[in-house]
Ligand binder design. Structure first.
Ligand code: PLP
Ligand code: COI
Length: 365
């Protein structure tokens, strides 16, 4: 079972104690139900700069542009990382953010691996809360199917020409209202087994580094050109084990109703996947296995889904391995029954329809 227990002491208390003024709840005039997953400029964003070994106090700004040196670490050597989470309007009208403490912790892990300064976890949560509050008019209304995507990110802003970490950094948070990540909403996806590798053993696959996404662009554009929705990446060392896609972890369901999810040191530890594991075991009483998954096992599963903040849990109907098709019994027209139960329970918690047993929702007050 996953709880908030392993994050820095005081973070849940900090968030629980946040009582931030009165807010303007008049929503923007946006066609919420027809939003795709695209950037829409909102009113305010958070910025903090790191200089001489310390982060400044941070401010909210209306300026959506960034001005940095032509030789900035991010521009020359891709020293950048990011996070992603969502805010929702619940059934009873609250604005909530889903598990930002885990994003704060993951960004700390990422920063350390990229020789970037850590933006303190407590401040990360405060910045997220402040940014959502400042853009509350963009949090899609309950029932619209949309949410407010929150994007914290950090980059090396000072000049480096020798290969070394920058000395100055900028941490920012912006928000943008979004609909489903995959066109067609919950229609089952078709994946192809990629000929490219997403992450090396002992590389950076387990952190949210921008470089992981830059190198995935060629494979995803190629997959789209070939008519596929996403890539299934295998482990780079043996190419026998299932890793993940470019932006989501896998979750499988066996024919006897067990949830199976790949374990690997080179996949991103998805907060959605970890939440779904708890949903499966603690809410639905299902057996869950987190283990290595051989590609040759995949044809035996009953259902397959992609899980992530953007993807939520998107059903996979078919995986194509160099012309050989694996078709899941759940089919190409709708989600399988277990995937649906997982989806309904997770989104039910996020939207306040189902009890938040583990304190996953951080309310913006
Ligand atoms: N895997 C990759 C490569 C991702 O980019 C993401 C998106 O954040 C995920 C998995 C899902 O992670 P999470 O559920 O924390 O959003
Ligand atoms: C997310 O789900 O938050 C992601 O970062 C996936 C993708 C948009 C990169």
């Amino acid at each position: 079972m996953e709880r908030n227990s392993s994050c820095s002491a005081g973070i849940p208390e900090l968030a629980a104690n946040m009582r931030i003024g009165v807010h303007n709840m008049e929503k923007k005039n946006i066609d919420w139900s027809n939003l795709g997953f695209a950037y829409l400029d909102t009113d305010k964003r958070y910025v903090s700069n790191y200089k001489n070994g310390a982060w400044d106090d941070g401010v909210m700004t209306e300026d959506a542009t960034v001005t940095i040196s032509e030789c900035a670490g991010v521009l020359q050597y891709a020293q950048t990382c990011f996070e992603g989470m969502k805010a929702y309007t619940t059934e009873d009208g609250r604005t909530v953010v889903f598990r930002p403490d885990l994003n704060a912790r993951r960004m700390e892990d990422t920063a350390k691996r990229l020789e970037m300064p850590v933006f303190p976890q407590e401040r990360f949560i405060e910045a997220v809360v402040e940014t959502v509050k400042a853009n509350e008019a963009y949090v899609p209304p309950y029932g619209s199917g949309a949410s407010l995507y929150i994007r914290p990110y950090m980059f090396g802003s000072s000049a480096v020409i020798g290969v070394k970490p920058a000395e100055e950094y900028q941490f920012r948070v912006f928000t943008t209202p979004v609909g489903p990540y995959f066109k067609g909403g919950v229609k089952p996806l078709t994946l192809c087994v990629s000929d490219y590798d997403r992450a090396a053993p002992r590389g950076t696959g387990h952190i949210k580094a921008g470089l992981n996404y830059a190198m995935s662009l060629y494979p995803i554009v190629t997959a789209h050109e070939n008519g596929f929705d996403e890539n299934m990446y295998l482990d780079a060392a043996t190419r026998t084990k299932v890793e993940e896609t470019g932006g989501a972890n896998f979750l499988f369901v066996t024919k006897d109703n067990k949830v199976v999810t790949p374990k690997s040191d080179s996949i991103l530890p998805s907060i959605t996947r970890r939440s779904l594991v708890t949903v499966a075991s603690e809410y639905l009483g299902m057996e869950v296995e987190e283990r290595e998954v051989l590609f040759e096992e995949v044809a035996d599963f009953a259902e397959c889904g992609l899980c992530g903040t953007a993807a939520v849990i998107s059903p996979v109907g078919k995986i194509v391995d160099h012309g050989k098709e694996i078709c899941f019994p759940s089919g190409m027209s709708e989600m399988g029954p277990v995937t649906k139960k997982l989806y309904d329970t997770l989104t039910g918690i996020q939207l306040g329809r189902i009890e938040d047993k583990f304190g996953w929702l951080y309310e913006i007050k």
